[in-house]
Design a protein around this ligand. Structure first.
Ligand SMILES: Nc1nc2c(c(=O)[nH]1)N[C@H]1C(S)=C(S)[C@@H](COP(=O)(O)O)O[C@H]1N2
Ligand SMILES: [Mo]
Length: 197
C-alpha cells in the first residue's frame, strides 16, 4: 500500500509546485562533499540525548521497525522540485516510540556519515510524512541519494532530510545544523519561500 502525501501543500495554502521552484523529471544528486563509503556489516544507527534509553541498531534491526511506503514531492532550496517519489522507510515517530523520548525533548539534530547535520523541532519530525528511507521506487536507496538510509521531510526544503543518516540526537534546546549555520533558513517552509535566514 502506498500512502499519497503529495496533497500536503494544501495545509500550507500553496500550489503543489511551491513558489520559485521548477519541476524536474530527473532526480538530481546534491551533496556538500560527495558520497561517503560504508558497509552494511559495520553500519550502525544511533539515537541518543534526551531519551529513556540510548539505542544502537544495525541495518537489519533498523529495517525490522514498522515501515510504510509513501508518494511524496521533493523540493530543493536551489530551485528544483521532483514530484511523485516513492519512498519506503520507518516513520520518525516509530523510531521515537521505540527509543522513548523524554518529556523535555523539544528539538532534534540529525547526524550523517559525511559530517552533515540538520536540525528540526521535534514536532516537525513526528509528522506522518517524515521517514527514515531505505527504498526508492521499490529498490534499495541508491548510495548517491543517501543509501543505505536517509531522512525525507516533504513539508520542508530537502536540506532538512539528511542522507546517509547515522544517528539522531534528541535535544532540549535548539541547535543549528550544517546549512542552518551557513545562512539557510531554520524553518525552511517551501510555500513561504523560507530559503535563507
Ligand atoms: N548527509 C547529507 N545529507 C544531505 C545533503 C548533504 O550534502 N549531505 N544535502 C541536502 C540537500 S541540500 C538536498 S537538496 C538533498 C538532496 O538529495 P538528493 O541528492 O537525493 O537529491 O539532500 C540533503 N541531505
Ligand atoms: Mo538542496
Amino acid at each position: 500500500m502506498v500512502t499519497d502525501v503529495t496533497g500536503l501543500h494544501e495545509e500550507f495554502d500553496g500550489e503543489r509546485l511551491p513558489p520559485g521552484q521548477r519541476l524536474t523529471e530527473r532526480f538530481p544528486v546534491l551533496s556538500k562533499s560527495g558520497t561517503p563509503s560504508w558497509d552494511r556489516e559495520s553500519w550502525r544507527f544511533e539515537a541518543w540525548g534526551a531519551v529513556d534509553e540510548e539505542l544502537t541498531l544495525d541495518f537489519e534491526a533498523f529495517t525490522d521497525l514498522p515501515s510504510e511506503t509513501q508518494r511524496q514531492d521533493f523540493h530543493c532550496v536551489t530551485g528544483w522540485s521532483k514530484f511523485d517519489c516513492e519512498f519506503t522507510g520507518v516513520p520518525f515517530r516509530a523510531l521515537a516510540d521505540r527509543v522513548g523520548v523524554d518529556d523535555d525533548a523539544a528539538h532534534v539534530m540529525f547526524h550523517a556519515l559525511d559530517g552533515y547535520t540538520t536540525d528540526l523541532p521535534l514536532a516537525e519530525c513526528t509528522r506522518d510524512e517524515v521517514l527514515f528511507v531505505y527504498e526508492y521506487e521499490g529498490d534499495p536507496l541508491p548510495a548517491d541519494h543517501g543509501g543505505p538510509l536517509r531522512v525525507v521531510t516533504p513539508q520542508k526544503y530537502a536540506y532538512k532530510g539528511a542522507k546517509w543518516v547515522s544517528g539522531v540526537e534528541f535535544l532540549t534546546d535548539p541547535e543549528r545544523g550544517y546549512w542552518e549555520k551557513r545562512g539557510y533558513s531554520d524553518t525552511a517552509n517551501p510555500w513561504n519561500e523560507e530559503r535563507y535566514s
